[in-house]
Design a protein around this ligand. Structure first.
Ligand code: FMN
Length: 200
């Protein structure tokens, strides 16, 4: 019979476990260990795409995007979202469900100001998720904003925002031999994290 030893460290605080796994993934993934799938739902239709985790702490997980994009419009109607990390080198997955809201302008400004100039121009130039009718539009927009902000600091576009995901549920999944995988579910109830093991 399979001797199953839990690989997941039990801790009352899922953020401690997240940090431990994330730090290991940062050492071993070839690229983008901070890539996470973000799923939104609009009119009962789910939609997923990858975004980058830019910071996190016990308040939640922050990503940045264009609020006029498909995901931005979806979130403004329904801020229930899901995140998913899959770290292939670690044979691990983390699933997060919760609500997301736009972060303060100060937080977004501070991150925007730390970005390379080309990315700042890109944020002004891309009408993310709108139809690009002619191939030159994007290049023309880039040129236009490069001229507009020549020799000037580039302000954050008002439609370019950070989003804080406050988790209600965090599930840690660790691959084990013969599909006897470890799954630990943390659910935030009455200001406390409840911990359950799940069948794989
Ligand atoms: C590795 C990777 C990282 C990405 N990071 C971001 C990001 O941080 N923010 C963002 O808006 N789009 C990011 N994208 C692009 C999105 O996946 C998506 O194409 C774009 O945001 C438009 O999505 P939407 O039309 O659903 O709004 C990334 C794509 C990949 C593959």
């Amino acid at each position: 019979m399979l001797k199953h030893k839990d690989l997941i460290d039990f801790t009352k605080n899922p953020f401690h476990l997240f940090n431990k796994w994330y730090d290991l993934a940062r050492e071993t993934e070839i690229n983008d260990p901070n890539a996470m799938t973000l799923s939104t739902v609009l009119n009962n239709q789910p939609s997923s795409r990858v975004v980058l985790l830019k910071s996190h702490d016990e308040n939640g997980f922050i990503f940045y995007t264009n609020s006029n994009s498909k995901k931005g419009r979806s979130i403004s109607e329904n801020n229930n979202i899901a995140l998913n990390f899959h770290w292939k080198t670690q044979n691990r997955q983390i699933r997060i469900e919760g609500q997301t809201n736009i972060v303060s302008p100060e937080i977004a400004d501070s991150y925007f100001n730390s970005r390379p100039r080309g990315s700042q121009i890109g944020a002004w130039s891309s009408n993310q998720s709108d139809e690009l009718v002619t191939g030159n539009e994007l290049i023309d927009n880039i040129k236009k904003f490069e001229i507009k902000y020549k020799n000037q600091e580039i302000p954050r576009p008002p439609h370019w925002n950070g989003y804080l995901v406050k988790p209600q549920l965090i599930e840690f999944w660790q691959e084990m031999p013969f599909r006897a995988h470890d799954r630990i579910l943390y659910t935030f109830i009455n200001n406390n994290w409840k911990i359950n093991k799940l069948y794989p």
